[in-house]
Design a protein around this ligand. Structure first.
Ligand code: PEP
Ligand code: MN
Length: 268
């Protein structure tokens, strides 16, 4: 069974590193028909000495990118104290894998009227992801997109293990769009397009991918960032598959399934 969400393509840099970087990527995402622009304002890095994101400084940059491209902005909220600053700048609030179990954050996000892109925790069961979504729904916000971003398994050859069966499993149990993030799932740029293709073939409602004009200079996740030519190839291949599968691509600027729904019962 497939629900009728148009296929969503969310792309952008892992972190917003500077105005010029975000505007350059935003232009590219816009030109290639992307649905929304991603970019981290606050980063939850493993090491404290690593780049933590520009924070507040990124808000003006985000605003400019939005005005120039008309693309909605997807960015991770790492703490409820960011809610006020995000209100006028960020359109889709991402809950990162490291915060999927942060129930106080989830409760706060239940009280707002913005779509939430909820990522699966590093070692979370699929049912735990559904319960996390339920926290948000209970607060009154049912505008949720779920995201499979790879999980930790015994296999250490890649950054994570992409759990493709999560797509039909989640789709059977909820009415939210189910996206796949092949960038974090693999951690290797050249595997991103094949896994994006696998995701759409398995029925995913969209993908979230990291793009950087000069990946080797990226301040976070440089190994998995697609160059512009690689991103173009991904869009071409995913587009071909979408046509073959009779899937419609989401119009730029729209976040499918993220409009307020009258009913979003979880069937877990
Ligand atoms: C990200 O999208 O940049 C990110 C940090 O993802 P995750 O929470 O899935 O690791
Ligand atoms: Mn990243």
């Amino acid at each position: 069974m497939h629900r009728d969400f148009p296929f969503t393509l969310i792309a952008g840099p892992c972190s917003i590193e500077s105005e010029s970087l975000l505007l350059e990527v935003a232009q590219e995402v816009r030109e290639l028909g992307g649905t929304a622009l991603r970019g981290g304002i606050h980063k939850m890095r493993t090491r404290p000495e690593a780049f933590q994101g520009l924070g507040q400084e990124a808000l003006a940059i985000v605003k400019k990118a939005k005005i120039q491209t008309g693309l909605p902005i997807v960015s991770e909220i790492t703490d409820p104290r960011q809610l006020e600053a995000f209100e006028d700048h960020v359109d889709v609030y991402q809950v990162g894998a490291r915060n999927m179990h942060n129930t106080e954050l989830l409760k706060e996000l239940g009280r707002i009227n913005k779509p939430i892109l909820l990522k699966r925790g590093l070692s979370a069961y699929l049912d735990e992801l559904l319960h996390a979504a339920e926290y948000i729904v209970r607060g009154g916000n049912s505008r949720i997109l779920l995201c499979e971003r790879g999980i930790r398994t015994y296999e250490r050859a890649l950054r994570n293990t992409l759990d493709l069966a999560a797509i039909p499993y989640l789709q059977e149990r909820c009415d939210f769009p189910v996206l796949v993030d092949p960038s974090h799932a693999t951690g290797v740029a050249r595997y991103v397009t094949p896994m994006a293709c696998a995701a759409i073939a398995a029925g995913a409602d969209g993908i979230l991918v990291e793009v950087h004009p000069r990946p080797s200079e990226a301040l976070s996740d440089s190994e998995q960032a697609l160059t512009f030519p690689e991103f173009r190839q991904l869009v071409e291949r995913v587009g071909q598959l979408a046509r073959t599968l009779g899937r419609e691509l989401a119009r730029p600027g729209t976040i499918p399934g993220a409009q307020a729904h009258a009913r979003k019962e979880l069937r877990s």
